[in-house]
Design a protein around this ligand. Structure first.
Ligand code: FAD
Length: 570
């Protein structure tokens, strides 16, 4: 897997382009007052970065080299900078500025669970900080070492643990090493006719271990489940040995250890392997586009689908601002397409009574046997019609499916033009969804007004459940020139949206984890005793405070008792 850009998303040489999308420039000019025709800002050149010298004592280097082989221990500056942070907006802005107060001192790449154990033991013995690194796509500040950290920081890149170890066809599970990236996992499974079906937007640059450690969710979660549903057994190298949870379908063994590891962000140990659900590659897979007269109608339809005896693989509906944005990113169309689109808009306005400005685009996916897909489509079609919506066929869904992994590049495109764009996502019960939507939108607009900037906020429902759904907000604005540091302005908007979530009974994050970005809302979300329990869990598992300290809840560095710096942990 090629390393990601140190300053942005994806691989060097791949970028979002506006040139084949004639509607985008005028749309952004109108809504953000931004001329996108030329970039105004570029990341610093790598050679101009002031990368701090690594702090790595010879004995620790020697033990690490002995554990994994010298070729898998790197103090090379580019490697260390790539491993310093994830891809949150704050991460990208500071990387681009060359703001690198504390980067890992060494990147280590173990190739087996035994090597992971040896690395952890060496690091603990030297009282070093250990930060597990999957794909580096964290969007919540889960990877960055604390600014004042004085101990040696060891980034443990799990990427060599990338194999499917076996498939139990009867149980429909697979044993998989945790460092495998999404595409490589699917490739190995599909050779044997299986799929994992977990497709986060970051799929190309994230790993199984990272998904588990952040409680990730993919676009097909309605059918396959979130990573928490997909993960059965776990192997985790911890300071007190290897934690093993059995891959049984359910267990009554006290509070779930499996659940404790899910979302633990590297604070309990290094996940080396998981036994996960797999499914047979479906015969048929289709994503259909639908239009609704408004967002309330779209949400009501999704709620009815969740309550009905139908099981689509994807339920997604955008609000009107996101729908308008999607249409603005369409590629230049042929004369025939233009005619078709004109005919559709005329039909929608005149025959269906749609207000085109309020119209909402939806994608609903179906998978399974041809017959199953047919039955599901019909059932969903009836529900959509009851809410005033209509199907616009498979082509918009096919386009969405092909382009879904390109979308993340747009954030760098906007940063190149000085524009800050980011996301905040949450989950709430069906009864609370509309208040959360209204409050979060209102909070974003309030923050734009407070800053005196033009901003844009849009939203979609992205995952449906028995009792509620995930709402995913994207916001963008041009920071006010005299308004202080861009990241401080960003905090005003991001903070307002997050606060609206917790004030309205929603969670601080549905699938992006806590990290450091969301930690300030944790107590409001899970209560003070909840935070105390998490703190006790992390301190109990990692008494020296070496494992990714400061994430989820603040860490206390207890320190190693004198004389114990060379001994092995028990
Ligand atoms: C553009 C973009 C789109 C995204 N889309 C989605 C989406 O659709 N759905 C979604 O859920 N998330 C999404 N994310 C967030 C991110 O991709 C997820 O949090 C992902 O699960 C992180 O996986 P990773 O392998 O990149 O982990 P990393 O970013 O490397 O690490 C994340 C955390 O997990 C820990 N960790 C990683 N591997 C291990 C391991 N083996 N053992 C123990 N701890 C470990 C790290 O220490 C860190 O705390 C997106 C992010 C971006 C930037």
């Amino acid at each position: 897997m090629a390393a990601m850009k140190w300053w942005g998303w994806g691989e060097e040489g791949v970028a979002f382009s506006h040139e084949d999308k004639p509607g985008l420039g005028p749309y952004i000019a109108e809504n953000l007052g931004l001329d996108i025709s030329r970039p105004t800002e570029t990341p610093k050149a790598f050679a101009a970065l002031d990368v701090p010298e690594p702090v790595l004592a010879d004995p620790l280097r020697a033990t690490l080299e002995e554990a994994v082989g010298a070729g898998h221990v790197s103090t090379e500056p580019h490697d260390r900078v790539v491993h310093a942070r994830g891809k949150s907006l704050r991460d990208l802005v500071r990387q681009r500025r060359g703001d690198l107060p504390r980067v890992p001192d060494v990147v280590v790449r173990p190739g087996s669970e035994e090597e992971v154990t040896a690395v952890l033991q060496a690091a603990l013995a030297a009282d070093a900080v250990v930060i597990a690194f999957g794909g580096g796509s964290s969007i919540s500040g889960s990877l960055e070492a604390e600014a004042g950290e004085e101990r040696t920081i060891v980034s443990v890149d799990m990427g060599r643990l990338d194999r499917v170890l076996g498939i139990d066809a009867a149980s429909r599970t697979a044993r998989v090493q945790a460092g495998v990236f999404g595409p490589h996992l699917e490739e190995q499974l599909s050779r044997q006719g299986w799929t994992f079906g977990h497709l986060p937007d970051s799929f190309t640059h994230s790993t199984l271990g990272g998904w588990i450690a952040t409680r990730s969710s993919g676009m097909q979660s309605d059918r396959y489940g979130d990573i928490a549903d997909l993960t059965r057994g776990l192997r985790v190298v911890t300071p007190s040995g290897t934690l093993v949870t059995r891959p049984v379908p359910s267990a009554s063994t006290g509070p779930s250890l499996r659940e404790m590891v899910l979302g633990s962000e590297g604070r309990l140990g290094l996940i080396t392997e998981a036994t996960v659900h797999v499914q047979r590659v479906p015969d048929s897979r289709v994503i259909l586009g639908y239009l609704f007269p408004g967002f309330a109608a779209g949400l009501a339809a999704m709620q009815e689908i969740a309550a009905a005896e139908v099981a689509p693989s994807i339920t997604r509906v955008s609000d009107a601002p996101e729908t308008r944005f999607s249409f603005a990113t369409r590629k230049r169309s042929s004369p025939v397409d233009k005619l078709k689109s004109k005919a559709l808009t005329t039909f929608l306005e005149r025959r269906k009574g749609f207000d085109l400005g309020a119209m909402c685009l939806s994608f609903i996916g179906y998978e399974g046997t041809g017959e199953h897909v047919k039955v599901q489509r019909k059932a969903v079609g009836r529900i959509v019609a009851r809410h005033g919506g209509l199907c616009i066929g498979a082509s918009p869904g096919e386009l969405y499916d092909q382009k879904k992994f390109d979308t993340p590049y747009i954030r760098d495109f906007l940063l190149d033009r000085g524009c800050l764009a980011d996301v905040s996502e949450t989950a709430a019960s069906w009864s609370q969804l509309d208040p959360v939507y209204t409050a979060a939108r209102g909070a974003a607009h309030g923050a734009f007004a407070e800053l005196g900037v033009r901003g844009y906020v849009m939203c979609h429902l992205s995952h449906s459940y028995h009792s509620g759904a995930c709402l995913y907000f994207t916001f963008a604005f041009m920071p006010a020139p005299g308004g202080g540091d861009a990241l401080e302005q960003y905090d005003v908007v991001k903070g307002a949206v997050q606060q609206a979530f917790v004030d309205n009974g929603a969670t601080l994050s549905h699938h992006h984890a806590v990290g450091t970005e969301h930690a300030q809302w944790l107590e409001q979300d899970v209560s003070a005793p909840g935070v105390a329990l998490l703190q006790a869990l992390f301190e109990g598992a990692d008494p020296q405070g070496n494992l990714n300290p400061g994430k989820i809840v603040g860490a206390r560095h207890v320190g190693v008792p004198a004389g114990n710096h060379t001994g092995s942990p028990e």
